[in-house]
Design a protein. Structure first.
Lengths: 762, 555
């Protein structure tokens, strides 16, 4: 091709086409544009698909740390500063910045040392009067940091470490010292002045500070002192008040003694036995129970909160015990769970400060990390060749320090973020502290550190299924029947109005449905319960009755209305019956239920909440109907006409055709619609949030509320700490919802595509 | 009978009944919202109710609006400690809104109709809408100024009072303008200066440059302080002036009460109004509701910030979702190889539309806010830390989360639009020598616009009504400022917003006085329903019209 073409007249005419070079250029430009467009769109497509996939990946990423166990990484190893001859290590702790360790010696020497190299920061002796010597030692719950020395003159000296923080040059500096919160001089525990051989002490943190000390004297008497404080209103000075008594009935050779924070229970370990003593009456202690652990007890300590006792034995077994109350208000001391055994005899149990976990060390140098609620053993690690005799954990659970008999210290960092969670803790019954039996409970947070978080997903899952079940119970019959009628029996004219009307419901914000359910429907139902039930039962009867009466109408009148208008004819029937049911409701209550059906239910032992599953079922069913209706209607409507016509031609009635031909063919579509509706009901948040009491209970009572996974997320996620176990469980809940609905919808979609293919082949 | 049963006719009627029930429920629901919502604005007559119930020893006179009535069983009344004669099986009770919250135990009270005289509607009752304590019902006594009576029984008393109230409201608006506008601007500037100073520290500027910068900041601060003082003085005079005028009212029990004009929003006399006046008052109230800001923990006043917040959020969401949704759909339909993988991807994308919205909220909170927002703050807003700028719920994250949520809707609709275009059109274009991109952008995409528009509008409708994810990613009960205003950069993506749906949830379920808030919740719900139905109908209409328009082209 050149730039010219021959015309019919033979005269060469100028072509409208541009020059070749220009054309080349334009072609290149067009190719470039084509490529840009292709690459751009492809990139955007990939981007969108990937960002949607990111939702799943990210949720998983937030959930995965739950599965991780604990790790302990040794940071430093050194020999502990030596103690004078005749003295020995009594107790070890750590301050919260993991900078200093505190060592209490049996002779009352307190050493603050650098955790990283063992260098001494400060050393201080506990002051005793000239004639008194320490003869025993006890530590109260670790969180308060209180320790006590019993003296050879029957006194006790209460000691607490004190830290002063300063920030010279924006660097943290801690100056430690020993303080005496209950006075500088020892408080007399034994009025006879005998040496205290063994001691237990506990501090109460509720209200004004108070301490209970129990000691065993050299002549085997049990003495007890209740030390309370009072603040002078004007000077602010604390004065202490001591109530003493002797526990005469006790006659034991204890190896360990523990007092709980309520000052009511005493736990005494003696050889392989534990005595559970009630000391609520200080003058008359009662040994409630004696249990045998099976092997000699070598370690014995409370978990935080001083409700559970963890027992370690010579054979390396670890078990958790706490008092359990039965129906007749009797307490018994029960073995609640066992933990993985350790190879050596347990030498030390160190509870965590703010949750129900603990570390156990044994005579073979192993340290293991356990958690009570989830019965998990997160890690077992050998830290030393020698037996570990003492151990301390940081108040924030991030570091541990273990000491051998030779005074060799291993300081290690700990990662143990999510010990509360295990498959068992989330999905099985768990025996929580203070409960009579293992139970499913969701109670994620509370005001204090001693609270045992109860993370069972069962109440939430049951709640979700309960809400979805009642919603489907209401929505499926209505949605499917309405779809069948609209697609097959209704006149096209009416269908053109009805279908969009019902489908408009799908766009209705659920917050509006939820608000109507909570503020209008729930009180209405409560006041008109008989009306609700008479409507549920009576409406179908009324419709059949209407159809029966219609048959006996004079044919002249009947023939005026063509087939397919039944739904319109029924409108007045439904309205009239509805009005009748509501206005008759008080009379029904008066006649059958002594004036109040609600009261009648309560009297028959059925709990009735105003915002209950019935309200949720109706409202959420209402939200789900359009989903089911729309998909089922399409499926029924698209059944090929030759099938139905063939059936009708063979003499089947329209209803027989419906049941025998249309429904079997369209059933996958109906199934698929129900699945999608179910998925929607499972994930719906606002309706359940507003129309239920949001109480996480485990039952299927239609008159009680529930808490669903989604509502739980909406309620709790804004208030939880980022990265905490609770936070991750809520992400897990979201992941469960995501996966569940995704699978449900995929099944529905695949079924639907199959159906479409089948229709085109018929 | 048996024949009738076998014909299946009862079953057909039963299925028909299902349709009837569904439709009745939809219409009933919309009707309920409409009736309750619209009636919120009507100036109801104030009834004087006299109760002389000797059996229960109740003798009282109430003045207030009848909120509603219901029939309950006598047993119910007896349970509530009420003596009901044996022969009565059911009793009627009325909920009376008597207002005057600070003078009576409860502003809404239930009263049984036993011993109730016929309702009176006395002329001259004032219904005073106040800035605090809700409505006041009573009879006017006098208008006082600084303790002395200036007006009591003049013929034009009502007009005078109304005029005074109008002036007081104008003064109030002036005060608000100064507080919000001028002082707000000073505060913003002060905060900016503080950040500037902090930034200098972070950048480790030292020596002369630092001195200079600090001096400049100091100078500006002094200027701002002076401006503030001047404004403060102006405000003080306005306040002092406004506090002077007092309206003395008498309640129905004879007790007198003083109401400062400064606390009055409006006074109406519903019992004296003609039907025409009532209608004009009605439309005035509708306008106030739509244009005013909420008062009293959102239970009074208007919902303008919620409407504005919803629209802004939806608008920003549309800007983000449209291009990506459309491009993704074009990719899936036109460029991707139509194999197993693409089919799986398509099904997955479709299914995301069915994933619970709260899941998107969780993702938005974790990924967008804590991860992305936290990093943005560390990089760009270091000076403001530790108070987060983007690392906290806000407008942008709310819009982005909803964009992600509605992406499947747009993709599905656009794909449907693309799929409807016959391949002959594409082939025709290609045969004429057009490149693939030319075919796409000049022929295919214009034909598929109805699908895209539908997708977008459906996305908007969904986003406007979605609440659960927004509770996590940026919607609050009460936002002090609008997300768009005259301050640079005009659109504040980091601000928290109010939202109609959340407003309903909050006012209906978190407010201390549910009874007082109830009508407002209905009105808000009505606004939201109207908005969403209009959007949906628009989608349907546009789809149908564009379908008609392009039908001839594509056939």
């Amino acid at each position: 091709m050149t730039g010219t073409v021959a015309t019919a007249t033979g005269k060469p005419a100028r072509s409208k086409l541009p020059e070749q070079a220009l054309r080349e250029k334009r072609r290149r430009w067009r190719r470039l544009k084509d490529n840009i467009s292709r690459i751009g769109i492809t990139a955007a497509g990939y981007g969108v698909v990937l960002s949607l996939a990111l939702i799943f990946v990210y949720l998983l990423y937030e959930v995965l740390p739950i599965l991780k166990g604990a790790t302990i990484e040794p940071v430093a190893e050194y020999t502990m500063p030596a103690l004078p001859a005749g003295d020995r290590l009594a107790h070890l702790t750590m301050e919260r910045y993991q900078e200093l360790g505190i060592r209490y010696s049996a002779q009352g020497k307190v050493t603050f040392f650098n955790l990283n190299d063992g260098s001494i920061r400060a050393q201080q002796g506990v002051v005793f009067p000239a004639n008194q010597q320490p003869s025993s030692f006890a530590a109260a719950e670790y969180l308060g940091g209180l320790v006590a020395y019993g003296t050879n003159q029957g006194g006790i000296q209460l000691v607490r470490p004190d830290y002063e923080l300063s920030f010279p040059n924006e660097q943290r500096h801690i100056s430690p010292q020993v303080s005496f919160p209950y006075g500088n001089t020892p408080i007399t525990l034994d009025l006879e002045g005998q040496a205290i051989r063994q001691l237990a002490v506990q501090e109460s943190t509720r209200g004004r500070p108070a301490v209970l000390a129990v000691g065993v004297t050299a002549d085997q008497r049990w003495v007890l002192a209740h030390i309370s404080t009072r603040e002078n209103l004007f000077t602010g000075a604390l004065s202490t008040q001591v109530k003493r008594s002797q526990l005469t009935a006790l006659n034991m050779q204890p190896s360990f003694i523990l007092v709980d924070k309520s000052f009511q229970n005493l736990f005494v370990a003696e050889q392989s036995r534990i005595h559970y003593v009630d000391i609520s009456d200080l003058t008359a202690p009662r040994v409630l129970q004696t249990v045998d652990v099976g092997a000699e007890i070598t370690a014995f300590d409370f978990l935080v909160g001083s409700v559970s006792v963890v027992v370690g034995t010579k054979t390396g077994e670890l078990s958790q015990w706490f008092p359990v109350r039965d129906n007749s208000n009797h307490y018994s001391f029960e073995r609640v769970r066992n933990f993985a055994s350790q190879p050596g005899a347990i030498t030390k149990i160190t509870p965590e400060y703010t949750r129900k976990g603990f570390l156990a060390a044994d005579s073979k140098g192993n340290v293991s990390v356990h958690y009570a609620t989830s019965s998990r053993t997160l890690l077992s690690k050998n830290l030393s060749e020698q037996a570990i005799t003492n151990m301390a954990i940081s108040p924030v659970n991030r570091a541990v320090m273990a000491v051998t008999a030779q005074g060799r210290v291993t300081f290690a960092s700990v990662w143990n973020q999510h010990p509360q969670l295990s498959f068992k803790a989330l999905w099985n019954r768990v025996w929580y502290e203070g409960r009579a039996d293992p139970e499913y409970i969701w109670q994620s947070s509370s005001g204090n550190d001693e609270f045992e978080s109860k993370f069972s997903l069962i109440p939430l899952s049951i709640g979700t299924l309960k809400a979805a079940f009642f919603a489907m119970l209401f929505a499926m019959p209505l949605g499917i029947m309405a779809a069948v009628y609209t697609a097959y029996f209704m006149t096209p004219k009416l269908r053109g109005i009805v279908k969009p009307t019902i489908e408009v419901m799908e766009a209705l914000p659920t917050v509006i449905l939820g608000f109507l359910a909570g503020l209008w429907l729930a009180p209405f139902m409560e006041n008109n319960l008989p009306a609700v039930f008479s409507l549920l039962l009576g409406l179908p009867l009324m419709m059949v009755l209407a159809s029966f009466l219609w048959r006996y109408l004079p044919s002249r009148l009947r023939n005026r209305v063509a087939g397919g208008w039944e739904a319109a004819i029924l409108v007045p029937v439904v309205l009239a019956f509805g009005w009748f049911a509501v206005s008759a409701s008080p009379w029904v209550e008066v006649i059958f239920f002594d004036g109040s059906m609600r009261q009648w239910l309560t009297n028959s032992g059925i709990t009735y909440d105003q915002r209950n599953a019935l309200v949720v079922g109706v409202t959420m069913g209402f939200a789900v109907i359009p989903t089911i209706y729309s998909i089922a209607e399409d499926a029924v409507f698209n059944v090929p006409k030759h099938l139905t016509q063939g059936s009708l031609a063979l003499g089947a009635t329209p209803w027989q055709t419906m049941v025998g031909v249309v429904l079997p063919t369209a059933s996958p579509g109906i199934f698929s619609g129900s699945m999608i509706g179910f998925g929607r009901a499972v994930g719906e948040t606002m309706i359940v949030l507003m129309a239920t009491g949001n109480s996480p209970i485990v039952n299927f009572n239609i008159f009680e509320g529930m808490r669903t996974l989604s509502a739980n997320i909406a309620v709790e996620l804004p208030e939880t700490a980022v990265g905490s176990s609770h936070f991750r469980i809520l992400f897990l809940a979201a992941l469960v919802l995501f996966t569940f609905t995704f699978i449900l919808n995929t099944i529905a979609e695949v079924v639907r595509q199959r159906l479409r293919k089948r229709y085109s082949n018929l | 009978m048996k024949k009738w049963f076998n014909s299946g006719s009862p079953w057909i009627w039963l299925t028909g009944g299902a349709v009837t029930i569904s439709v009745v429920m939809v219409v009933g629901l919309l009707g309920l919202i409409a009736v309750r919502g619209f009636s919120h604005f009507w100036p109801t007559n104030v009834a004087q109710i006299e109760i002389n119930d000797a059996k229960n020893n109740i003798h009282e006179v109430l003045l207030g609006e009848i909120a509603r009535s219901e029939t309950v069983t006598a047993a119910f009344a007896r349970e509530a400690g009420h003596v009901v004669p044996e022969h009565m099986k059911v009793v009627t009770r009325y909920l009376v809104k008597q207002g005057n919250r600070e003078h009576v135990s409860s502003d809404f009270v239930w009263r049984f109709n036993m011993g109730m005289e016929e309702f009176q509607y006395p002329k001259g009752v004032y219904v005073i809408e106040r800035r605090a304590w809700g409505d006041f019902f009573g009879f006017p006594q006098a208008l006082q100024y600084g303790g002395t009576e200036v007006l009591s029984s003049a013929a034009d008393f009502h007009q005078q009072v109304q005029q005074q109230v109008a002036e007081s409201v104008a003064a109030h608006q002036r005060i608000k303008r100064i507080e919000r506008g001028d002082i707000g601007r000073i505060n913003t500037r002060m905060e900016a200066l503080r950040l500037q100073q902090r930034q200098l520290e972070l950048d480790q500027v030292s020596g002369h440059a630092l001195q200079q910068a600090l001096a400049q900041i100091e100078q500006e601060k002094t200027q701002l302080d002076a401006d503030y003082l001047a404004l403060r003085q102006q405000l003080d005079t306005l306040y002092a002036e406004q506090q002077q005028a007092v309206l003395r009212m008498q309640m129905v029990n004879g007790q007198e009460a003083d109401i400062k004009l400064a606390d009055i929003v409006a006074i109406t006399l519903p019992n004296d109004m003609s039907a025409l006046q009532k209608w004009s008052e009605y439309f005035k109230q509708v306008w106030v509701f739509l244009s005013a800001e909420p008062r009293e923990a959102n239970t009074e006043g208007g919902i303008f910030p919620a409407i504005f917040g919803t629209i802004t959020m939806v608008f920003i969401m549309s800007i983000m979702v449209t291009p990506f949704g459309v491009l993704a759909a074009i990719y899936l339909r036109e460029y991707a190889k139509q194999g197993f993988v693409t089919r799986m991807v398509r099904i997955s994308v479709y299914n995301l539309a069915g994933v619970p919205s709260i899941v998107y909220g969780v993702f938005g909170l974790g990924f967008f806010i804590y991860f992305l927002g936290g990093n943005i703050d560390r990089i760009f807003y270091e000076a403001a830390l530790p108070s987060p700028t983007f690392g906290t719920p806000g407008l942008f994250w709310a819009s982005l989360t909803l964009a992600l949520l509605t992406l499947p809707v747009v993709i599905v609709s656009t794909e449907e639009g693309l799929a409807r275009i016959p391949s002959t059109i594409r082939q025709g274009s290609l045969a004429l020598g057009a490149t693939k991109s030319e075919t796409l952008w000049r022929v295919v995409v214009p034909l598929a616009t109805p699908g895209m528009m539908t997708g977008l509008i459906l996305a908007i409708a969904r986003a406007a009504g979605e609440v659960a994810p927004l509770m996590l990613v940026g919607v609050v009960k009460l936002a002090p400022t609008l997300p768009i205003d005259g301050e640079f950069p005009f659109v504040h993506l980091d601000r928290k917003i109010m939202h109609l749906g959340f407003h309903i949830f909050d006012v209906g379920f978190q407010s201390p006085n549910v009874e007082a808030a109830r009508p407002l919740v209905y009105a808000t719900a009505l606004t939201l329903v109207v908005l969403i139905i209009v959007l949906n109908l628009t989608a349907v209409t546009i789809r149908n019209r564009l379908r008609e328009k392009y039908r001839s082209d594509s056939d």
